[in-house]
Write a protein that binds this ligand. Structure first.
Ligand code: ADP
Ligand code: ZN
Ligand code: ZN
Length: 698
């Protein structure tokens, strides 16, 4: 009788399927954990990762039912234990199947290649890539201190550094040191959105040569992604620069992880396994013994809390770089009290005047408004009709440029009606304003203002509408950099990361809504956005003395704006943390959301509430689990704030605990219960359910 080898393979299975993503197979040859294999799954042939090698045939199924592996992808080194542990942890922590997480962490093209095709790709690039390090500038004292600390502590580190304090230079020199100390070492540099920071890519390549650096983000072609992934896996790529997905890159010699703008919400994946790449960076660093550097001018309150220097102490070491490089000063913050302005004022007179001054001097300004389109809603004053979306609990936004009403949630787009669809009144009017209207309004206000060369003022707008086509954002940014544009109007898209050297005025047109939002993180986001935006102004030391950040608000005395005026993030963080603490909100507590989508709101809530009741019954019945009920609050199901999207009703249930382990245990119980409940006939109206651990918005 021939010998067989029995293995468990991670394959992509439907979300929440009970197999957990591991299936048993038989192989004529011995295989190792971490090897990639092709296996049959139903009628299909799929890619899998060998997860475990068994001593004997599985006992939970007849040996005849175990199918044979179709082949291994030879020539590719097995994915190492650290990579597998990272995947395993992510699947467990974020409550998804192992197979799903493992397979989605691999480049998609790997699934389609035969062994021969792969061998050809590998041959093509099976060469060492050389690093050509250029020396950086001499370090400032603060930069020097930070690197010194990093060399003498294990971290994780939180680098709290003003915009323009030279954080990027610190990353580059940390990488340089690491490369010099270890001929194999690899570094991972993570950024929130790569297309917003093309300068960083250029800067890294200029410093280390193009060969040793690869990028990883969703804007790349499948072939480019595979190429970069293989180079990192083989250890040839020494530096990987990428967005959140890069946290799963196979980097066997990883020694340093940098998370730039660590507060940015885009580090949280919003579908599938809803992981936080920032949190996984810390986990991965510990696993692989790599140094982890989180950095921001406005750290997340989570990281700030973790790095508190008090007696209790956090787990991160806080490093501080308060000064801007050169003589560049942070801009002066000016608040305009909108309650003292004529009603319905969009741009206050002093702000308009300041903008005119800038244009005349040949300087640039930036106006921020967090709403795209022309007006958020069309309205009939006669009958009260509003431009609601028939599929979502939202208004459709009026876009004047093509005279459409567009739903920003489901995409439903229609021509603007000539008259009110309810009563026929021809006089329907926009309420509120978006970037498109602001741009138009500004053009009217500044129609007679001339630039130094006597030509008319040039206004440009950048938001999701103007950048829908590939390359549009890049060319629009280029025109700002080249000085063609005098005033840039846009959403938060323009506030992040760009190094616009000639901007001397930044204005937040209407930031007040975030002060009173039901989302407890809204003030934190607003503060970060405004600090970022302020950081855009005066980056050129020659102009920094005259640079200003304007805020138009009905609440000029609000603590958030007081802290902004002093550029005092620690003061803001302290007051915000005190509130969070009083309300036992994150980061003092930990949260998870359970969401159900169904045809009716009742059906969605019914599933969640049934799970909640069953959970309490089940847990209180046993002494060893009764404790959990006390440690974790499970709230009744409620409609989500965006209750209906594309005709699907959405409900959510919040779980909260100061004990992360208890919360995790609770989720595991709930997971099993939901499986059982979901298959019962009374819950057949449910379309899907999902778990969001450490949600960014509730
Ligand atoms: P941050 O990432 O904190 O915004 P950067 O690293 O981009 O700051 O630095 C801001 C500017 O200062 C950049 O133009 C950078 O090249 C320059 N810079 C940084 N460190 C130094 C240094 N030690 N000496 C001279 N210039 C520096
Ligand atoms: Zn009407
Ligand atoms: Zn809609």
């Amino acid at each position: 009788m021939s010998t067989h080898h029995w293995i468990d393979v991670a394959v992509q299975t439907p979300a929440h399927s009970l197999v957990g993503g591991l299936l048993s197979y038989r192989s004529p040859e011995a295989l190792q954990a971490g090897q990639l294999v092709r296996v049959p799954l139903g009628w299909r042939e799929v890619l899998g990762v060998v997860w475990a090698v068994r001593e004997a045939a599985p006992t939970d199924m007849p040996a005849s039912a175990v199918r044979d592996v179709l082949g291994a992808l030879d020539g590719l080194a097995p994915l190492d234990i650290h990579w597998r542990q990272l995947v395993q942890f992510s699947a467990q922590y974020y409550q998804r199947s192992l197979g799903e997480v493992a397979l989605s962490a691999l480049p998609p093209q790997l699934r389609d290649l035969s062994s021969e095709q792969l061998a050809r790709r590998l041959n093509k690039q099976n060469t060492e890539r050389s690093v050509q390090s250029q020396a950086g500038p001499p370090l400032s004292d603060e930069q020097h201190q930070v690197l010194h600390q990093m060399a003498h502590h294990t971290g994780p580190f939180l680098l709290f550094g003003s915009t323009g304090s030279g954080k990027t230079e610190v990353y580059l020199q940390a990488v340089e040191k690491m490369l010099a100390a270890d001929p194999q070492a690899q570094a991972l540099l993570m950024v929130p959105e790569i297309n917003l920071t093309p300068q960083l890519e250029a800067r890294v390549q200029a410093r280390f040569g193009t060969e040793a650096v690869v990028s990883m983000h969703s804007g790349m072609t499948p072939a480019q992604r595979l190429k970069g992934w293989l180079a990192a896996h083989a250890g040839h790529a020494r530096i990987v620069l990428g967005t959140r997905m890069a946290i799963f890159a196979s980097m066997p010699h990883l020694k340093l992880i940098v998370v730039d703008e660590e507060h940015d919400p885009s580090y949280k994946q919003q579908e599938g396994a809803r992981y936080s790449a920032r949190d996984l960076a810390v986990y991965r660093g510990r696993l692989q013994n790599a140094s982890v550097l989180l950095a921001s001018a406005t750290p997340s309150l989570e990281s700030w809390h973790q790095s508190r220097p008090d007696a209790e102490g956090g787990r991160y070491l806080r490093l501080h770089m308060p000064s801007r490089i050169g003589t560049g000063q942070l801009p002066k913050v000016r608040r305009v009290d909108m309650s003292k302005q004529p009603r319905r004022t969009v741009l206050s007179a002093p702000l308009v005047e300041a903008l005119q001054e800038r244009v005349k001097r040949g300087e640039q300004s930036m106006l921020l408004l967090n709403r795209r389109g022309y007006a958020p809603v069309l309205h009939c004053a006669d009958c009260g009709w509003k431009s609601e979306c028939k599929h979502c609990s939202a208004y459709r936004v009026f876009h004047k440029i093509d005279r459409t009403l567009r739903c920003h949630h489901c995409g439903l787009t229609e021509r603007v009606p000539r008259a009110c669809p309810e009563c026929g009144n021809p006089d329907i009017a926009p309420i509120g304003r978006g970037t498109e209207q602001l741009e138009e309004h500004l053009a009217e206000l500044l129609a007679n203002v001339k630039r130094p060369d006597g030509t008319a003022v040039r206004i440009a707008r950048i938001d999701a509408d103007t950048t829908r086509f590939k390359g549009a954002l890049e060319s629009q940014l280029a025109s700002v950099h080249s000085g063609e544009v005098d005033i840039l109007v846009g959403t938060q898209m323009i506030a992040k990361g760009h190094d616009f050297r000639r901007i001397t005025l930044v204005a937040a047109v209407n930031p007040d809504t975030a002060l009173f939002s039901s989302d407890f993180r809204a003030p934190e986001r607003l503060f970060a956005l405004l600090m970022q935006a302020a950081g855009r102004a005066g980056r050129d030391a020659a102009h920094s003395a005259s640079s200003e950040m304007w805020v138009q608000t009905f609440h000029p005395q609000h603590a958030l704006f007081e802290a902004l005026k002093k550029h005092d993030y620690p003061a803001f963080a302290a007051s915000e943390l005190a509130e969070r603490s009083a309300a036992e909100l994150p980061p003092i507590s930990h949260q998870a959301l359970l969401r159900a989508d169904a045809r009716s709101q009742d059906a969605a809530q019914a599933l969640l509430n049934a799970a909640r009741e069953a959970l309490e019954l089940q847990l209180s019945a046993h002494a060893e689990t009764a404790d959990l009920v006390l440690q974790v609050s499970v709230y009744p199901a409620v409609p989500m704030s965006m209750q209906r999207v594309a005709d699907v009703e959405r409900a959510q249930m919040l779980l909260e605990s100061t004990n992360r382990m208890a919360l995790q245990k609770m989720l595991r119980h709930l997971h099993d219960l939901l499986h059982q409940l979901r298959s019962q006939p009374e819950h057949k109206g449910v379309i899907r359910w999902l778990v969001d651990v450490d949600p960014q918005a509730i």
